[in-house]
Ligand binder design. Sequence first.
Ligand code: BES
Ligand code: MN
Ligand code: ZN
Length: 506
Amino acid sequence: MHTELSFASLPEIKTDLLAVLAADTQTAKGPDAKPAPELLTADEKVKSATAQVLLSGEFKGGANETLLLHAPAGLTAKRLLIVGLGKSAPAGMQAKATVHSVRHAAGTAVRYCKPRGIRELAFALPSTEGLLSAGARAAVEGAFVGDFDPDTYRSDRKDQSIQSFTVVAPSGSDRHAVEAAFAEGVIVGESQNFARSLVNEPGNKLTPTEMGRRAAKMAKEVGLACEVYSTSKLHELKMGAFWSVSQGSEEPPALIVMRYEPAGVKDGPVLGLVGKGITFDTGGISIKPADNMEKMKYDMAGGAAMIGAMRALALLKPRVRVVGIVCAAENMPDGKAQKPGDVQTAMSGKTIEIINTDAEGRLVLADGIAYAKQLGATHLIDAATLTGACVVALGMVNAGAFANDDGTYAKFNAALQVSGEKFWRLPLGDEYMEMIKSEIGDIKNTGGRWGGAITAAEFLHAFAEDTPWIHLDIAGVAWVEDSKPYIAKGPSGIAVRSIVEWARQF
Ligand code: BES
Ligand code: MN
Ligand code: ZN
C-alpha cells in the first residue's frame, strides 16, 4: 500500500473516495431522541455536501458506522464516505475523537473500499487539538491493519488490497511534526502486518527453520544483526527446557537472535524481547483434543510479535539497545517426545518436573529469558500465547499482562495509551509460586487448574528472577475470531505496537 500525506484543502483532493469523520454527540435519551452526528471538519464544502443526509437521521455517527455519497457537490473526490467515531469520549472528557477511534475509523474506511473495488482513498483527519500528529500516525496504522486479509492461500483470491492511502491533515498543522508521526505510523503499521503474515502461515509452511529464515531475511533488509541457531547450539547453551519441547518433532528447533545496536549507544539499558515461537502445538504426549487443534498454528504469535517489533525498531532507530530472541519449536508426540514425569534441566540450572507436555510455552521461554539475561538484557519483556486460563479470565478482549517491577510496568502502561492495545494487569505472588513447587525437582511446569495464567507467569518469573520483567499472555487476542469493520478475522498482530512504544520510552 502506497501512503501519502497531504495538507491540501478537502475539496481539491482528487481521489476515488474521501473519508470524513463524524462523532455521535447525541445526549438525549428515549424514543424521541434524534441522532446528532457532528462532522469533524471545518471545511464548508464538505459540510454543505453532507448537511442534508446528516439532518435526515439516517446516520448516527456510531462507532465505525458508514454512509456513502456519490459525486458529492462541490468536491473533486468521486465519493464521500462518512465514518462514525461513536461516542468516543470517555465520560467527562470533551474530545469527540480519540487517537484510538481515528485508528479504527481509518481501518473501517479501508475495509469499506476493499470489497467494492475501490483502490485509492483519502482520509481527512479531524481538526481536533492534540490529534494532528498522533491522529496522522494512528490513521496510517489503522489503514495498514485494515488492508490485511488472511487469504493468501485461496486460489479464488481477488487481490483487493488498497493501492494508495492518503492522510489529509488540516493545513494549519505543524507540518514537520505531522510528517514525522505519519512516517512512524507507516513503519509500525507495516511491521504489525509483517507479524500477522507470519502468524497466518500454516504449520507445514512455517516450520521453526522457516521462521528463522523469514526473520533473517527481514533483518537483512532493515539492517539488524540476526543469527539463527538450531539443536547443537541449544545443547551447547544447555537449554534443556527449550530442547525438550523440540525433541519429539522431526523439525529442528530454531533459536532466533536479533540485535539492534544504535551507533554510539554504549551504555544504558539493554532491552530483551523474548517470544514464544511454537509453530504448531499438538500438546505433545499430553495431546490436545482434535476440536480446534488447527488453531494451534498461531502458537508462535508471541515470537512473530517480537520479529515485527524488531523490524519497527530497526527503522525507527530509538537510542536504546535491544536484543530480540524467539524460541521456535514444534510440539509433537513421537517416540522421542518428552513424557509427563520427565525431569529437564534448564539453562539457568533449575530442574523442571514435566507434569503436562502441553505446558510447553513456558519451557521454551524459560531458556529464552535466561539467554536474554546472559546477553546482557537489563529489562525483559516476553509475549506468548501461553494459557487457555488467560482466555477464560479476560476473554478475547484484553490480553493479560504481568510484571515484577512497577516502574517498568508504568512505562508499558504509558505505551498502551499510544498503541490503543488492550492489556489488563494480573497479579503475581508467592502463594502462586508455591503452587508450582515440585517434590521431584525445583519447579513443575503446571500448577493445576486454578489461576493457570498466573502460575504460568510465576514459572517465567522463576527464570526472570529480579531482572525487571513484563510478561504478556496473548492467547485470547492473537487471533481475531469475529471480523470487525476495521480488522479481518485472522491474526491480529497484537503486542507489536505496544512493545515498540515501550522500547522507545527508554
Ligand atoms: N498454546 C497453548 C495455550 C493456548 C490456548 C493458546 C488457547 C491459544 C488459545 C498452551 O501451550 C497450552 O496448551 N497451555 C495449556 C497449559 C496447561 C496444560 C497447564 C492450557 O492452557 O491448557
Ligand atoms: Mn501447549
Ligand atoms: Zn502452546
